[in-house]
Design a protein around this ligand. Structure first.
Ligand code: SER
Length: 314
């Protein structure tokens, strides 16, 4: 029986990952944790304990007490929040992660899965079809913590045999839990505003192109990479993407379904962050090594998002 720990379960990914894990592993111990109480949906799929990932003693005790063998480490500050609170971003995204890796190798954890991000790239990275292995000199604190986290994962794998696996997610869009403090959040906001017949204000220019993915695909990435045969993995960290779109592409896709939707473009400090990230990713390594294949493009996702949000928001 698997003993799984999830940190940061209240975030955009965690609230949906628990459902998938419970479905795939009906008998597993799934211990979800966060610094705040989760929505009731989480409690129906997993046990829950309050946990501050910066409290190393508490992390160690939870791992020991529950004989955890697999960790999904989702607790993190996103890019825009990280720019406002760089020291906190370093502590949560990196110091806590380093401590978690140390605890993991000392207490029989077999696998650690941590999402990385397009934020791990920087302005000197080739921006189109960005390769898996390329220049990585991010200029945000978020990016610095992510690229360092990636290096630590490779190190703990090579040095201690800890099975660390990570994926560089693009902007993730979902109808269930709203993201908080990310640079790609504008795209999610468009859908919420459109369904409520409101105009959106967008904090990046309309020609800003970034890679994206719909949450059901992101959940598949987390699951499929975790169960992939280790012998088939040629790296520890994989680029993954579904489609690239500009802010205007999102507006146009929504207008096809909700005719009166309008967007007011008012770029702020987040424009600079977006401009330092890839426009598109080469994820052929993920496709070849473990069969990654997204199911949703912009149009299909838009139909599903609008349907789900109409049900949710009434
Ligand atoms: N979506 C995240 C952000 O915008 C990047 O991984 O911060």
């Amino acid at each position: 029986m698997k003993h799984i720990l999830i940190t940061g379960v209240c975030g955009q990914i965690g609230t949906e990952l628990v459902r998938k894990l419970r479905k795939e592993l009906p008998n597993a111990l799934i211990l979800a944790t966060d610094i705040k109480t989760p929505p009731s949906s989480v409690l129906s799929f997993a046990d829950f304990e309050l946990l501050d990932v910066c409290d190393t003693q508490a992390v160690q005790s939870i791992i020991q007490k529950n004989q955890i063998d697999t960790v999904y480490h989702l607790a993190a500050l996103l890019s825009a929040t990280g720019e406002r609170h760089p020291a906190l971003a370093w502590r949560v995204n990196l110091t806590a992660f380093f401590d978690l890796l140390e605890i993991s190798r000392n207490h029989n954890v077999k696998m650690v899965i941590m999402p990385s991000s397009i934020g791990a790239f920087g302005p000197t990275t080739p921006r189109d079809n960005t390769p898996n292995l390329t220049i990585m000199r991010p200029t945000t604190m978020y990016g610095i913590t992510k690229v360092t986290g990636e290096l630590l994962m490779e190190y703990y794998y090579l040095k201690f045999g800890l099975d660390c696996r990570g994926m560089r997610f693009p902007g993730i869009i979902s109808s269930e839990t709203e993201p908080g403090g990310g640079t790609t959040d504008f795209a999610v906001d468009f859908y919420y505003k459109a369904v409520q017949n409101q105009a959106a204000t967008c904090f990046v220019r309309e020609d800003t192109i970034l890679p994206f993915m719909y949450m059901p695909d992101a959940i598949d990435v987390l699951w499929e990479l975790a169960i992939a045969d280790s012998n088939r993995l040629s790296t520890r960290i994989y680029n993954v993407t579904a489609f690239s779109a500009s802010a205007k592409d999102f507006e146009n896709a929504i207008v096809k379904k909700i005719l009166n939707f309008k967007v007011d473009y008012q770029p702020d400090y987040r424009q600079q962050i977006a401009d330092s990230w890839p426009r598109s990713l080469d994820d052929s390594l993920a496709r070849n090594d473990w069969g990654w294949n997204p199911k949703f493009d912009l149009e299909k996702m838009t139909i599903d998002m609008i349907k789900n949000l109409r049900l949710k928001l009434g």
